[in-house]
Each structure stands twice: as structure tokens, then as C-alpha cells.
Design a protein around this ligand. Structure first.
Ligand code: NDP
Length: 480
């Protein structure tokens, strides 16, 4: 019998997705450019299910039942284009190509159009959860046509993570919608991680707690509303000891955060759409800053011992209160980051005509993916109550949580500023909230300046129309 689904690209992700499919009873065709990966998968895990290995792309395509469904799990970018080109030469109308790589959504829009012209379905699919998720149940965000989802949906929903009996897989929307949502997911992941990192820094440098003590604090936090995969593994990483030196693991790791690009993509897209995702942007820039080692070394030299070199120790008066304050600040900042991310999804959905259901995204992120968290249930509920919500920050549950944490939040940032501990994401998230809820913004002054130097005109608060003041003349106002 022929295979029901195929996977080409059998590095960590493809290999584990193929095993996940096989373990759920699907007959899985296998292919990889270099045959060694295919052979080792069969040698090591062939007993887990029904695999049909192939050594050439033609053999692979021939081993599939029609309509053929082929998952492409290779390096994003040019490699994916090469594999798709090779595949499309062999496939027939009605067949489905599924790109599960971390592809930029505009590439997905382009490829979907190209393949549709050839009568093929193209399903750009976001997959989150790393290797572990791919094997045991990821969160799956497929784009593409409704028709393709009719075939793929049951498969995706079977192999995805399950939360309270609901699969973490849903049809996101047409063409690039799935990869767009996966991109924003990763952006939120950047913000989440940066917030955790800032919390750690505050507890370590501000409070003077040891990594082991901070691990304990995170473990405790994981029992409450912050409960999430990232908080859980933070406790693990902080509790880990380096075998070679006996030091805390965290102290032997170079402090330069790397990135593969999805955070940057998210920020670039948000700039295009005019959505202020300040938390994600600060988190992305914080990673960049950490990598500028020459500048960091120069600044350390120049500012050492000067007044600007704030002294972190001794700033915390009440340690117990401080830990609670950091927890509250972390939760409130996290709510802001998610509110911004969901705004971004809404803006993308409107711009590209995807009609994305934000509540459904919160639902499929509850399990499988890196940002999985108890808190996503609250987001799902907020959109279930009102799917036209202006911002998650105005949903009753979140408004209460943010308001309750606001004092803590301000105290933490004040302490951080006095101690010279950088908290870009904590601080910018609070600034975002303060700006949103402010009755009058200094944007009025910006408009005045623009009108002065460039005659860009302004609107008035008391009557409609556009106006210009004759700044270089007698200062009178004219209607533009
Ligand atoms: P890699 O991104 O490291 O890619 C390696 C795979 O791509 C190998 O199978 C390799 O084949 C194949 N490949 C590379 N270039 C070509 C080419 N020109 N033609 C054919 N095949 C090629 O693998 P991962 O498993 O880490 O990731 C796969 C995809 O999943 C990527 O797009 C990644 O961004 C995405 N992803 C990864 C996650 C992770 O946690 N790693 C999480 C979510 C998504 P060969 O063996 O012959 O070299």
C-alpha cells in the first residue's frame, strides 16, 4: 500500500514529525536529500510505525497515495524553494505541498500563488514546540485553502498537542496566515523570554539572590497564574550546575543572545502595519545589544566608577515584597506583550484578508508550543466574550490583573532605574499602558512642530477640518 503522507527533510524537526505521524498509525513516506538521514531514521526508529523510505524524490512521490500530501521540513529560504521546485515537477493537480519550516509569510503568499497556478495546494504551516513538540505533539498553525485543510485537518489534529481534549491545531486562514501567526508567536516568545531574563537580573543583582534561590522562586511562581513552559524551564536552567567548573551553569554561559530572525521579522512587519509591539521590539533589540561586545567593553571602561555607574546592591529594602513586586511586574508586562502580539495578528489579518480568529490562536497555543501557558486560557475566554475587543488590556480579567499589579510594577522599575539594572521590556510595557490610558498625549506638540517646520497641518479638538498656522507670518490660522 502507498503512504498516506510524506516528509522530506529529516533533520531534527522532520525526523520527529515523521515519527509522530507513524506513532499515530499513519503510513509515512520518507525522503531526505542525503540518504544517510533517511537510513538512520529507519534503522533507529523503524519499529515505531509504518515507514516507506525512498532514496530519490521520484521514488518518494511515487510511494504516496493520491491526492499526495508532502510535508517539506528543510531549511527555510532558498532550500525550501529548491525542494518545492523539484517536487512540483513530479506532483499532479490536487496534490498538497505543506511547508512546515520557519518561512516568512510573504514567501508563503508567493509560493501559494505559484503552486495554485499549477493546480497544486500549498499549505504554509507554522509548527512550534521544537524537537520535543514535533515528536510528542506540537502546536500547528496551517494556512492554505479550506479544501486542503479538509484533507490535512484530521492528520494535524491527531498529531498535535491536546489540551482538555482540544487539539492545538486549527486552520488559521488562507495562504500566509499560518506562517504569519507562527511569526508573531515567536515574537511573543522573544518578549516572554526577555521579561523572564529581566526578572532574573532584578532578583540576582537587585536582591542579591543566588541562581539556586532564583530557581526556587521561579518554581514557586510556576504554581500560580504565571504557570508556563518557559517559567518551568527557567527554574531548571537556573538550578543547573556546570559539571566542568562546579559553578552555576548560568555563570559559565556567554551573555550574548543569538537569534534566527523571527523576532526581527515580527518587528519589521509591525512597523509596516503601524502596530506598536514595543515589548517584542525591546526584546529583539536587547538580544542585539547583548551581542555588541566591543561597545559593551568600551562603555564598561569609560563609565566604571563614575556617577552614572549606579550601584545595584542595597537598593532593596524589603526582600519579600520585592520578589512579589517582580512577580506582579512580570505578569503585567507579559499581558502587555501578548496584547500587542494579538493586535499585530488582527492588523495582519485585516491587511491580508485572512479573517483570523484570535481566540482560536490562543486556544492552539495552550499546548505544544514554546509559549504554552495557563494564561492563554484567559485570552481565549476574553475573545470568546468579545471577539471585537479593542485590546486585551481592556478585557475585564486583564484590566483587573494589570491594575492590581501596577504599584508593584512602578516600584520595580523605580528600583531598577536607581540600581542601573536595565529593564527595557518591563519599562516599555508600562510606558505603553500609561500612554494608552492617558487622556492627552504630547502627540499634540509633535503635530504643532510638524506644522511649523513642514506645514503638515493639524486637526483641532473643537471643530472638524485640517488647519495650518502661518508660523513665519502673523501667526494666524488658516483652514488647509
Ligand atoms: P535545518 O533547518 O537544520 O535544515 C536541515 C534540513 O534541510 C536537512 O534535512 C537538509 O538536508 C535539508 N536541506 C538543506 N538545504 C537543502 C537543499 N538545498 N535541498 C534539500 N534539502 C536541503 O533542520 P531543522 O529540522 O532544525 O528545521 C527544519 C525547519 O523547521 C526549518 O525551516 C526550521 O526553521 C523549522 N523549525 C525548526 C524548529 C527547531 O526547533 N529546530 C522549530 C520550528 C520550526 P541534508 O540532510 O541533505 O543536509
Amino acid at each position: 500500500a502507498r503512504a498516506q503522507i510524506g516528509v522530506t527533510g529529516l533533520s531534527v524537526m522532520g525526523r520527529n514529525l515523521a515519527r509522530n505521524l507513524a506513532r499515530h498509525g499513519y503510513r509515512v513516506a520518507l525522503h531526505n536529500r542525503s540518504v544517510g538521514r533517511t537510513r538512520s531514521l529507519v534503522a533507529e526508529h523503524g519499529d515505531e510505525g509504518d515507514f516507506v523510505p525512498s532514496e530519490s524524490m521520484r521514488e518518494f512521490v511515487d510511494s504516496l497515495s493520491r491526492p499526495r500530501a508532502v510535508i517539506v521540513m528543510v531549511k527555510a529560504g532558498a532550500a525550501t524553494d529548491e525542494v518545492i521546485a523539484e517536487l512540483t515537477g513530479l506532483l499532479e493537480p490536487g496534490d498538497i505541498v505543506i511547508d512546515c519550516g520557519n518561512t516568512h509569510f510573504t514567501d508563503t503568499i508567493r509560493r501559494e500563488k505559484d503552486l495554485a497556478a499549477k493546480g497544486l495546494h500549498f499549505v504554509g504551516t507554522g509548527v512550534s514546540g521544537g524537537e520535543e513538540g514535533a515528536l510528542n505533539g506540537p502546536s500547528i498553525m496551517p494556512g492554505g485553502s479550506v479544501e486542503a485543510y479538509r484533507t490535512l485537518g484530521p492528520i494535524f489534529e491527531t498529531i498535535a498537542a491536546q489540551v482538555d481534549g482540544t487539539p492545538c491545531a486549527v486552520h488559521v486562514g488562507p495562504d500566509g496566515a499560518g506562517h504569519f501567526v507562527k511569526m508573531v508567536h515567536n515574537g511573543i516568545e522573544y518578549a516572554d523570554m526577555q521579561l523572564i531574563a529581566e526578572s532574573y537580573d532584578l532578583l540576582r543583582s537587585g536582591l542579591g539572590a543566588s541562581p539556586a534561590q532564583i530557581a526556587e522562586i521561579f518554581r514557586e511562581w510556576n504554581g500560580g497564574e504565571l504557570e508556563s513552559f518557559l517559567i518551568e524551564i527557567t527554574a531548571n536552567v537556573l538550578a543547573h550546575t556546570d559539571a566542568a567548573t562546579g559553578k552555576p551553569f548560568i555563570d559559565v554561559v556567554a551573555d550574548r543572545a543569538e537569534q534566527k530572525g523571527t523576532g526581527r521579522w515580527t518587528v519589521q512587519s509591525a512597523l509596516d502595519l503601524g502596530i506598536p509591539i514595543t515589548g517584542i521590539a525591546e526584546a529583539t533589540f536587547a538580544r542585539s545589544l547583548s551581542g555588541h561586545t566591543d561597545q559593551r567593553a568600551a562603555a564598561q571602561r569609560v563609565y566604571h566608577g563614575r556617577a552614572a555607574d549606579a550601584e545595584p546592591t542595597g537598593v532593596v529594602q524589603d526582600p519579600k515584597q520585592f520578589v512579589e513586586d517582580v512577580r506582579n511586574a512580570l505578569y503585567a508586562s507579559k499581558i502587555v506583550a501578548y496584547a500587542q502580539g494579538f493586535d499585530h495578528i488582527q492588523a495582519g489579518s485585516e491587511e491580508y484578508g485572512w479573517d483570523i480568529d484570535r481566540g482560536a490562536m490562543a486556544t492552539i497555543w495552550r499546548g505544544g508550543c514554546i509559549i504554552r501557558a495557563r494564561f492563554l486560557d484567559r485570552i481565549r475566554e476574553a475573545y470568546a466574550e468579545n471577539d471585537a475587543l479593542e485590546s486585551l488590556l481592556v478585557a475585564p480579567y486583564f484590566a483587573d490583573a494589570v491594575a492590581a499589579g501596577a504599584d508593584s510594577w512602578r516600584r520595580v522599575i523605580t528600583t531598577a532605574v536607581r540600581a542601573g539594572i536595565p529593564t527595557p521590556t518591563f519599562s516599555s510595557s508600562l510606558a505603553y499602558l500609561d500612554a494608552l490610558r492617558r487622556p492627552r498625549l504630547p502627540a499634540a506638540l509633535i503635530q504643532g512642530l510638524r506644522d511649523d517646520f513642514g506645514a503638515h497641518t493639524y486637526q483641532r479638538v473643537d471643530r472638524p477640518g485640517s488647519f495650518h498656522t502661518l508660523w513665519a507670518g502673523d501667526g494666524s490660522e488658516v483652514e488647509a
